[in-house]
Design a protein around this ligand. Sequence first.
Ligand code: CMX
Ligand code: CO
Length: 144
Amino acid sequence: PLTRIDHIGIACRNLDETVEFYRATYGFEVFHCEVNEEQGVREAMLKINDTGDGGASYIQLLEPIREDSAIAKWMAKNGEGVHHIAFGTADVTATTTDIVGKGIRSLYPEARRGSMGSSINFLHPKDAHGVLVELVQAAEGDEH
Ligand code: CMX
Ligand code: CO
């Protein structure tokens, strides 16, 4: 089952400037920063709150590091803004299999690496009422 909003993914042109905006405007601080080469992004996770399943909810700010990345492609069309929503699960493989069984396409045959050592997959936005949905299993021993 899906047990939390894990994060909301937001595309931005300049990560440092956007991080500063979130700090100055809302008081949200950076919890974690990394580059994900495979996804073609530099990203910051801003922790918003803990969740009842032992996990947490974040804002994920994403800056493209390559012109051919999913985020760069999306921003060329849409500009900055909300790119995807991520739901948390204790078992991303089982949850993905369950949802694919309902006739919704996942984007990867196997889960890939996401933020903070998590395992992730995505559901196709055209099968999900126009929303790109990420499924996230937090790293072992890192439930927040
Ligand atoms: N939300 C909603 N709809 C979206 C979308 C999004 N984020 N991205 C694309 N679409 C829609 C497009 O509008 C388009 O619709 P129309 O055909 O009606 O115009 C359709 O999906 C196809 O879009 P496209 O621009 O041709 O893009 P692609 O099919 O090449 O890629 C997608 C779309 C979802 C397969 C690709 O972005 C992808 O593989 N995403 C998963 C990886 C990812 O997003 N990584 C970055 C985040 C990493 C992280 O969170 O850790
Ligand atoms: Co994400």
